[in-house]
Unconditional design. Sequence first.
Length: 232
Amino acid sequence: MTHSPSTELYSLFQRLFTEINALFDPPLPVPMFALDQSPKGFGYYRRGRFVSARGEIADEIAINPKYFATHGFRELVQTMAHEMVHQWQEHHGKPSRSGYHNAEWAGKMESIGLMPSSTGEPDGKKTGQLMADYLIEGGPLEALYQRLNAEGVMIPWYDRLVVALAAEAGVGIALSSSVTAAAVSLPVVKPEAKAKTSYSHQCSDDTEPLKVWGRKGLALTCGLCGGVFAEG
């Protein structure tokens, strides 16, 4: 392999940001791009997350690669635009409480051609804590997506485990045979669920037992009496 996987993927992020940024006036500051593999969410935005050796401040936009093989390039465009609207609101608007998508955010989403929806469909609410979206037919963002798609712009790298599991289950987007073949060429080890167990402790005979859940092997001490929680 003579090319750089990181350069290929992050160059795509940079191009998408630059193309979508043309829909904003004034343009947004270029952020630091990151990969986020948390169990939930297509991505996130954080203001002022990084500082350079020169004393410069940069925002962060993180993208979850677990969804590349199941949702494809269209969803990546939507995710980048979604997080850029959060960035716009932090710099030029009035955000609500953490994680809440308010009417100002929803209005800006629509202005660039991305319809906010709690369900990801036309029947969803436009504001709320957990929000999806879809491209507005004939809107500027759909036109941008169609142009890039016609140019052959595509996701260059996928999470191999997701590709293999999606192929096994017969779900996700249609990927080339070479992508699927390479993904299953190595053993597919499914991630194990973290085992949890209960811990209990009773401060005294006249109090109710305290009970918590956590991973096995924890050493838990009661903050009230200093006693030790018993596992199981």
